[in-house]
Ligand binder design. Structure first.
Ligand SMILES: [Zn+2]
Length: 343
């Protein structure tokens, strides 16, 4: 009898600078879950990777006097070395600048346009956007500040491809109702449900003003917008191509059993991602697990604020078992999810 499969992912980390202890936190938590599942007899796939596109990378590269490719080549190595130092047992690593990933993203949108012809359309977009956190601050041109970092949003005005998220409201609510464990923990699930119940707007999934990204199929003036590109890595990283060309790993491990992440990106995973997959008629992940932030003097640690602790010195002094123990014992408020996680 073959072993049951288990597939877990970390988010792909943004490669505009080196990883801090917050990225290490999610990766270590997933690693503990992966190890536990192996002990229970599962055949485990564990994927991490780096998000290497977008205007933030362009700007960081410009500042450093290198090309975007040179910057991400340098930074992804630092991530890989850290995971090695921490004894992380991933089975795969995906970079969004890899050709296999670009092909997967283009194929996913082609497939979507084929099976759900109304799901994607083109129109003019005007709004405010935070380039540091990669999110829309508001859908109107009036000045507005970012909810996460407090910086003023930049004005964006251009033709974009849009995903018709508004027509997935009821389907998402049905999904949540039929899958009470779709998002853990419950209080965060309730926030997502209220957000979806309050109504969904269509979202832009391409950019014309950004050059550093995956070209839109048959319309290369556009590149894919951050989330469509980034989320697809969960499939490209295990061999998604499209339908009959999918690799054996994809056929074996998809759908993901757990996508784990910090709470700031739940909405993209629990709302956008299942809607993208429904539109492409692809099976949905089984569970999203979200954890809180590691705080630094009561503020979220973030690269853009510069109030960051790094794991290397901790590991060099105390060893990675100590860091793993500390993070799981003291910090992982959702740690029971490890043992409750659905089979
Ligand atoms: Zn921001």
């Amino acid at each position: 009898m073959s072993k049951p499969k288990f597939y877990i992912t970390t988010p792909i980390y943004y490669a505009n600078s080196r990883p801090h202890v917050g990225s290490a936190y999610t990766t270590i938590v997933c690693d503990v879950i992966a190890r536990y599942k192996r002990m229970c007899g599962y055949d485990v796939a564990y994927l991490t990777g780096t998000d290497e596109h977008g205007v933030n990378i362009e700007r960081a590269a410009e500042k450093a006097g290198v090309t975007p490719q040179q910057l991400v080549d340098k930074n992804e190595k630092i991530f890989r070395e850290l995971w090695k130092l921490l004894g992380i047992t991933t089975t795969g690593f995906i970079r969004t600048t890899e050709p296999r990933h670009a092909l997967a993203v283009q194929n996913l949108v082609r497939r979507t346009m084929r099976v759900s012809p109304d799901a994607i359309y083109k129109r003019k977009y005007e709004g405010r956007y935070c380039i540091y956190d990669n999110l829309y601050v508001s859908d109107t041109p009036e000045p507005a500040d970012c909810q996460i970092c407090g910086r003023p949003g930049e004005l964006v005005s251009e033709e974009n491809y849009f995903f018709r998220l508004s027509s997935y409201q009821q389907k998402l609510l049905d999904l949540y109702k039929n899958n009470p464990q779709f998002l853990y923990p419950d209080f965060r699930f309730n926030e997502v449900k209220s957000f979806v119940e309050s109504g969904l707007k269509d979202i832009s999934i391409s950019r014309k003003s950004v050059k550093w990204g995956i070209p839109w199929p048959d319309d290369p003036e556009h590149v894919f917008y951050v989330w469509y590109d980034a989320l697809t890595s969960y499939m490209s990283g295990i061999g998604f191509v499209d339908g009959e060309n999918d690799g054996p790993e994809f056929k074996k491990y998809w759908p993901a059993d757990i996508h784990a992440m910090g709470k700031e990106i739940i909405r993209f995973h629990a709302v956008y991602w299942p809607a993208f997959l429904m539109a492409a008629e692809i099976e949905l992940p089984k569970q999203i697990v979200a954890h809180g932030w590691l705080l630094f003097e009561q503020e979220k640690m973030s690269k853009s604020k510069g109030n960051v602790a790094y794991p290397e010195p901790i590991v060099k002094v105390l060893g990675n078992d100590a860091l793993r123990y500390y993070l799981l014992r003291e910090r992982f408020s959702a740690r029971t999810a490890i043992f409750r996680a659905r089979r």
